[in-house]
Ligand binder design. Structure first.
Ligand code: XMP
Length: 523
């Protein structure tokens, strides 16, 4: 089925991904291309509309990002946001004034015209004298502003500081907003975007999870032919959803590999394995490599060294296991859209990524090709996909768990004894948080075993034992986080149970640091 598409050209705004997500929330497919994408590529994508993102740049910067000017001749509706608006004014013959002062945050917008972009948005009382539709709070973040709109355009809204806060050229279907309709603080932002997508671009709400599943299954089936696919599963959402989707497409020709690296949570390996086996009848090879990992980690205290050791050893074990699979032609990975954009965006490859760089050696050695069925999806869409595939909530809504696992929560030395203590405490933290109904409001909750001992008294005896720190944070993306304000009673129960039930612990503390300046993990 033909799916209508909106293209977002990225000029470097912090909100670019948000624009694409907002479009997709309306069941219209959207992708992000770098601002300088060649016209051919844009044509091939066949968008029904183009949105120009904001940017930290000014159109007057020497290196201001400029798109191929022919996009204005494609006959496709274009919506410029913020820098995108200034760019349209600058390139199409208007005048952009250099900022004296930047305008950040809330502004009151007055819609002056019955533009089709504002259709169905009821006027707010009180109506202003000039017949404006009254104020709506919008989110601004701009330096320069439009002084004169280009020929063919007319101003359709103003704010106190921007006489032309929105403009349109209805004949050419060009629209521009000085504010950000994609952020939640902008009142009527959703309605404005919907008007652009549905009324102006004439898209249909055709992109649904069901259509995505069907298309992807067909694509994978065709791509794989009669070869085999290998997929590493970690227990996390991305790899599990990848495995289930590929399995739906090619059934038993998928083999999953689960590596127990010895620093997993209690029962993790078993839980994931049994869910995938029981619910989806998948072929899974479980490799217990815990001793290998723990041997390598012996006496290692430095967190970065721990990470390297675990990463390298994982590749080795995975390779050994994958080599045993005959006729394997593909490796399936749970790469998500934000990773894809980061590595292709005009800001250049980011230093923080990519997991498939790690498996590069494996791909070469085994002559495998990559399958990344989630590479067009955002994290929340992966969760919706998981639901649509019939996966249990327990897997889909799982807190993120770091690749180096409990090794970076066992501060300093990682030994089997210390891991056992940490695991038992960790089970209690999660158990109490789930019982209190807080699990889904929290980004991550876990126990950390500290490398200090403290004095306590149990019964008549003096103890000198370990300290457990409890960490629980709320966050949207893990980039920033706040400590979770868990009720005292819940913290009290966690502390009581850990001290009573976990031998070797006589003190529990709660971490009340936010990120930044602290990080979520302790190491
Ligand atoms: P920090 O501690 O940097 O963590 O605030 C942010 C998020 O990233 C996770 N994290 C990792 N994930 N390998 C991973 O796969 C790692 O080495 C790693 N270090 C941190 C952390 O759990 C949190 O969700």
């Amino acid at each position: 089925m033909q799916v209508d598409r909106i293209l977002v050209l990225d000029f470097g705004s912090q909100y670019t991904q948000l624009i694409a997500r907002r479009v997709r929330e309306n069941n219209v497919y959207s992708e992000i291309f770098p601002f300088n994408a060649p016209l051919e590529k844009i044509r091939d994508f066949n968008p029904k509309g183009i949105i120009l993102s904001g940017s930290p740049s000014s159109v007057y910067d020497k290196k201001a990002p400029i798109p191929d000017l022919k996009i204005f001749e494609l006959g496709i509706p274009i919506l410029g946001l913020c820098y995108g608006m200034q760019l349209m004014a600058h390139l199409l013959g208007g005048k952009v004034a250099k900022a004296q002062k930047r305008e950040y945050g809330r502004s009151e917008l007055f819609m002056d015209d019955d533009s089709d972009l504002f259709e169905g948005i009821p006027p707010h009382p009180p109506l202003t004298k000039g017949g404006s539709r009254g104020g709506a709070i919008v989110w601004m973040s701009h330096g320069d502003r439009i002084e004169k709109s280009p020929e063919g355009f007319k101003s359709i809204a103003h704010t106190e500081n921007s006489p032309i806060a929105a403009m349109s050229d209805k004949g050419r279907h060009f629209y521009a907003l000085q504010f950000h309709p994609e952020v939640v603080h902008t009142e009527k932002g959703k309605e404005i975007l919907r008007n652009f997508i549905f009324n102006i671009c004439r898209c249909g709400p055709t992109w649904t999870m069901e259509s995505f599943i069907e298309t992807e299954k067909e694509r994978i089936k065709e791509l794989v032919g009669n070869q085999r696919v290998v997929c590493g599963i970690s227990g996390g959402v991305d790899s599990s959803v990848t495995a289930v989707l590929v399995h739906e497409a090619i059934g038993d020709r998928l083999t999953c590999i689960f590596v127990d690296n010895g620093v997993l949570r209690e029962g993790e390996a078993k839980k994931v394995e049994s869910m995938l086996r029981k619910n989806f009848h998948m072929k899974i090879r479980c490799v217990d490599a815990s001793e290998r990992f723990l041997k390598k980690l012996k006496d290692v205290k430095d967190p970065e060294k721990k990470r390297k050791i675990i990463g390298n050893e994982f590749i080795r074990v995975f390779e050994e296991e994958a080599m045993k699979i005959k006729n394997a032609g593909f490796l399936a990975q749970g790469t998500l859209y934000p990773d894809v954009i980061e590595s292709t965006s005009f800001k250049g490859p980011s230093a923080t990524i990519k997991s498939h760089h790690n498996v590069g050696g494996l791909l070469k050695k085994m002559k495998l090709k990559l399958i990344e069925p989630l590479r067009e999806l955002f994290k929340d869409e992966v969760r919706v996909l998981g639901h649509a595939l019939g996966m249990p909530d327990e897997i889909i809504n799982r807190h993120p768990f770091p690749g180096p696992g409990l090794a970076i929560r066992c501060i300093s030395d990682v030994t089997k004894e210390r891991l056992d203590i940490l695991r038992k405490a960790d089970v209690i933290v999660l158990d109490e948080i789930k019982k209190a109904g807080l699990y889904n409001q929290i980004w991550q909750a876990f126990a950390v075993l500290l490398p200090v001992k403290s004095v306590g008294v149990m019964g008549d005896e003096r103890t000198y034992d370990n300290v457990i720190a409890v960490r629980a944070v709320t966050s949207v993306d893990g980039m920033t986080a706040d400590w979770a304000q868990i009720p005292y009673e819940v913290l009290g129960r966690i502390s009581n149970r850990i001290i009573n039930e976990v031998k070797g612990v006589n003190r529990v503390v709660y971490d009340i640091s936010s990120k930044p300046p602290s990080t979520i993990e302790w190491e």
